[in-house]
Design a protein around this ligand. Structure first.
Ligand SMILES: [Fe+2]
Length: 269
């Protein structure tokens, strides 16, 4: 099964710029690239920070972008989103009984658990005991199926201080929720705006740049998170019985050289 992971589009209303970039144009280009090359994917998951300031107008533009995506899509919220405004803009989005944007998406290769790590009023994340109980119950119910976790904030520190300061500050509840399970095959998250891979408590994870700005590889800055114009990316993931393979695709990169006679030429020239 093939699916697409997109994160952190940070939309502002069309016509506005963010960190000297055009988030709507960049998301439009991402959608066009997915449609052109990955129409055979089963679905797309977008792991939060959908709108930079949580504005209704930005969510309206976000829906207009998604209307062009030829795959089913599923949305998570991030620290830049406003949960209430988001839910009014996307009333079809599933929520749990406590109103958190958490749900289960059943796929041919197992169940995708979409988690809500938002703590309103702060950029730091939270996974409170109420949400952790929901997750543990979902994991208990499906011990006989493979499970994949999706969340905005990572549940661990990344060794990048400015991001760790706004990560999930109380890690105990989510660590407790996943403890003792061995059927979680992969964790996909956003928030970092950087390509990072590894494992957490035995669970492999990946994240990558958003579709607008990046976060530089800066190991000293605290406070405001630095931004970069590193190329935007999305991920293409294949899940098979024996492997999960995740490719990061810099979809605006135009430096591919292809053989041309005795030499090479730029693919897009
Ligand atoms: Fe973000």
């Amino acid at each position: 099964m093939k699916f697409i992971h997109v994160t952190d589009p940070h939309l502002v209303p069309a016509g506005q710029r963010l960190f000297d970039l055009d988030p709507v144009a960049r998301l439009d280009a991402c959608v066009a690239d997915i449609n052109a090359h990955h129409g055979d994917a089963d679905l797309c998951v977008i792991t939060g920070d959908l709108a930079d300031r949580g504005e209704a107008a930005a969510y309206g533009d976000f829906r207009r972008c998604l209307d062009r995506l030829e795959l089913p899509w599923h949305l998570l919220v991030g620290n830049h989103d406003a949960r209430g405004t988001f839910r009014r803009a996307f009333p079809e989005t599933a929520v749990d009984r406590d109103g958190f944007v958490q749900s289960v998406v059943e796929t041919a290769v197992g169940d995708f658990l979409l988690l809500d790590t938002v703590a309103e009023g702060t950029h730091a994340g939270a996974y409170c005991p109420v949400r952790a109980a929901w997750l543990r119950a979902r994991l208990e119910e499906r011990r006989d199926r493979d499970v994949y976790l999706f969340m905005h904030h990572p549940p661990f520190d990344l060794h990048i201080p400015c991001l760790d300061d706004i990560g999930i500050l109380d890690k105990g509840p989510i660590e407790g929720a996943v403890a003792g399970f061995s059927h979680i095959r992969h964790l996909f998250f956003g928030h970092a705006h950087r390509p990072i891979a590894g494992s957490w408590r035995g669970i492999p994870f990946t994240t990558m740049r958003g579709t607008n700005h990046g976060v530089p590889f800066d190991l000293t800055t605290r406070g405001q998170v630095p931004k970069s114009h590193e190329p935007p990316a999305y991920a293409v993931a294949w899940i098979d019985d024996d492997r999960v393979v995740v490719h990061f695709h810099d979809y605006l990169d135009r430096t591919t050289l292809v053989p041309d006679g005795e030499g090479f030429r730029y693919l897009d020239s």
